[in-house]
Design a protein around this ligand. Sequence first.
Ligand code: ZN
Length: 464
Amino acid sequence: MPLLIKNGNIVTAETRYRADIYIEDETITRIEEKLSAPPGTEVIDAAGKLVFPGFIDPHVHIYLPFMATFAKDTHETASIAALVGGTTTFIEMCCPSRQDDALEGYQLWKQKAEGNSACDYAFHMSVTKFDDKTTSQLRQIVADGTASFKIFLSYKNFFGIDDGEMYQTLKLAEKLGVITTAHCENAELVSQLQQELLVAGKIGPEWHEPSRPETVEAEGTNRFATFLEHTGATGYVVHLSCAPALKAAVDAKLRGVKLSVESVLPHFLLDKTYAERAGVEGMKHVMSPPLRDKRNLSALWSALRAGLIDTVGTDHCPFDTTQKLLGKDAFTQIPNGIPGIEERVNLMYTYGVKRGSLDLHRFVDALSTRAAKLFGLFPRKGAIAVGSDADLVIYDPDYRGTISASTQHVNNDYSGFEGFAIEGRPAAVTVRGKVQVRDGAFVGEKGRGKFLRREPQYGAAHAS
Ligand SMILES: [Zn+2]
């Protein structure tokens, strides 16, 4: 059935105007003033609402065996949570460990998502070792439509790779024209600092941050940038959390390194005092890089406003309180991660746009359009234009509510943002022209989501 969205205030990364949007066969086919609906058209009146392109979360974990357990969401629960919060596409980290076969891992992740996601999705392929098979396997994975890699400079012996493997991965990425995303820390320093703290009896969650301090992240960021510089590859720092790492990334951008920067929701709103709370309350806020000293928050907001931080993701990674308690005798055993896929848009709108810290267009850019462009989804996603997929968020800026685990759709028994007020939420969300959410409830079709194939777009081979 065709869909007509009337009287909306369309807001994209560049512009704002009043027009109606007509959708046929999953695609936007007309954007004009005062369109009339042919018989049989479903009509949504968007008067008083903002109409955004569907938001894109460029960094989530859904299926994830990690730290002796599994993250709690399924693709069904995470995608419904995403949609209720206005996110219509996510890019999941496909994360086989060093012990796993990369191609088998890739197939496993795809299988887990296939037919189970209510929104569209893609993957970043983690390169967690570089051996004889890696080049041909990664070529196959890129040919299958997964045109971005992920590397970890942390999590030694599990996901982490050494500098030689990073060099080989970036050389290959450059040759294939794909972008490489990186978790930037110094694995050796983290490992040494963790052991020293534990030996000294410092075992609580408040010691997680001191075990991976800001300088350790800045070093990883600078090292990644230096390797990009010497390989000519294109890179993307994930979940940058602090001013010293930001300085390393901006210095690299200024000297011409092809580097983009993502920060994630928790680092804009929470500081390390959350992880310093006693017992499981602190453990709920253990993630890596860790929550930082409060002085970093204003630096991140300024950089986001200025576009020096390109995108805002979540690093969505839910572990429940029982799982968090695996680390009750040692902070190094607390599963790292916090959910956020459902809250990102509303919290960044409230504490960014409404509080005057973020321009409305930069908000759309950072939470949708920039990720679409960087990861080969634009203009299919991240745009409101004739020919684009009809992924739309009809947003009610007058809604008032409070975040609570008791009403969330994420499969977890806590929210890291419990009690935060929100000023705005999606009134309706469409995925390729089908209404999937109305007023905070999932009303659509489970399993509607499709795997998004992406083409390589970087490097000399793909220069336009
Ligand atoms: Zn992550």
